[in-house]
Design a protein around this ligand. Structure first.
Ligand SMILES: [Fe+2]
Ligand SMILES: [Fe+2]
Length: 376
């Protein structure tokens, strides 16, 4: 059985020093090459609807397309300073949980409104940048699924998701470029995870890593931001993206559910470990270490302070509100003496296990007819 060192390069999941020791070494590179070790699979079985739940998703996807250029109100004036202040005010100064602790005696003691405002702005630039990078990860991974999945219904569906993800990268990039005030390179922990997913030779690992873990977390994070933002363009952008994302996570759940039933304990253990590794990498990425570097405060100390705040811990936990029920539905929690259940207990997220899973709830996220008519 793999140890923590083998899976996540450290014995203690919460070892902050070890987390921060990993940093992005090619921040200025324009491209990144990753070897993918998988077979491309053709199928000669063109029987459409052999997997009815996937066929239904495919048909749904065809009528749910929207246009990132014309369906969003890009003429909205966005004054980022006013927006972050309005967000913080509306959300009782909790924002992303950045500002609700007593700064005396800490590196933040000398900070005034100017620095806190700058932090909120940087934090927003960072968050949207990582969303954009994650979306490109999804674009690449779903193109890979088109190549590697053996079923025609899944190839059809995945091809619609490629288009969705292109649109998501496009709208986040445009929002960053035209409405915000800066850009961050991909976070190392996110990149490590994307590389792991792309490099794996087994087709279902792309689904597990991307559809279940990365997109499950994104759906929760987009939902949180959609709720808290006061900026109408971003609100609508997130609403539209979420309508697609819910379908994507459902695609993962519906594809893997049957497949995992037939895997051996040893094969399931590899999936459990992969899911745990992905969960830890995503937790690490949300420490937003690059923001603290840019703000010029000691990174470790800043993170220790911020992570201790109740609203931040709540946010951190909520990120797993989709992942845990989806892992349960796939049967990953309890196989092998509840291996993954114990790990999720360790990182404090098991309480979400009975929340609704996305295989069931994706239709609630769909855009209504009026939205789509307005887009036509
Ligand atoms: Fe996406
Ligand atoms: Fe997606």
């Amino acid at each position: 059985m793999s140890t923590n060192e083998e899976m996540i390069d450290r014995a203690d999941v919460d070892d902050l020093e070890a987390i921060l020791a990993v940093s992005n070494s090619d921040r200025d590179a324009v491209v990144s090459h990753v070897e993918q070790n998988c077979d491309v699979v053709f199928t000669w079985d063109y029987d459409k609807g052999a997997k009815p739940s996937l066929e239904k998703l495919y048909e749904k996807a065809k009528t749910s397309m929207w246009n990132g250029e014309t369906d969003l109100p890009w003429d909205t004036e966005v004054d980022q300073e006013s927006v972050v202040i309005a967000n913080a005010t509306q959300n009782s100064a909790e924002g992303f949980g950045l500002v609700d602790f007593d700064p005396s005696g800490t590196p933040f003691a000398s900070w005034g409104d100017k620095e806190w405002l700058e932090l909120m702005i940087e934090s927003q630039n960072w968050t949207l940048s990582q969303f954009m990078h994650g979306e490109q990860g999804a674009l690449v991974c779903t193109a890979k699924i088109v190549e590697t999945v053996p079923w025609i219904d899944a190839k059809y569906y995945a091809s619609t998701q490629v288009m969705d993800e292109a649109r998501h990268v496009e709208v986040f990039a445009k929002y960053l470029d035209t409405k915000l005030s800066g850009y961050y390179p991909v976070n190392t922990h996110l990149k490590l995870l994307l590389d792991d997913i792309v490099q794996d030779s087994r087709w279902d690992m792309t689904y597990l890593g991307m559809q279940i873990m990365v997109e499950g977390l994104a759906l929760a994070a987009f939902g949180f931001m959609h709720q808290m933002t006061t900026e109408p363009l971003l609100k609508k952008l997130l609403r539209y993206v979420m309508s697609d994302e819910a379908r994507h996570v459902a695609f993962g759940v519906l594809s893997l559910q049957d497949y995992y039933k037939d895997l051996s304990d040893a094969e399931i253990l590899e999936r459990q470990q992969f899911a745990f590794e992905a969960a830890v990498r995503m937790r690490d990425r949300f420490l937003q270490q690059e923001v603290w570097e840019r703000m010029g405060v000691p990174v470790k100390e800043a993170i220790e302070l911020v992570m201790r705040t109740p609203s931040r811990q709540m946010f951190q936990m909520m990120l797993f509100s989709k992942i845990v029920p989806n892992c349960k539905k796939l049967g990953l929690l309890d196989r092998n003496d509840a291996w993954l259940r114990r790990r999720f207990e360790e990182i404090g997220v098991i309480q979400f296990e009975d929340w609704v899973d996305t295989g069931d709830e994706y239709e609630q996220f769909a855009l209504n007819e009026q939205d789509l008519k307005a887009s036509a």
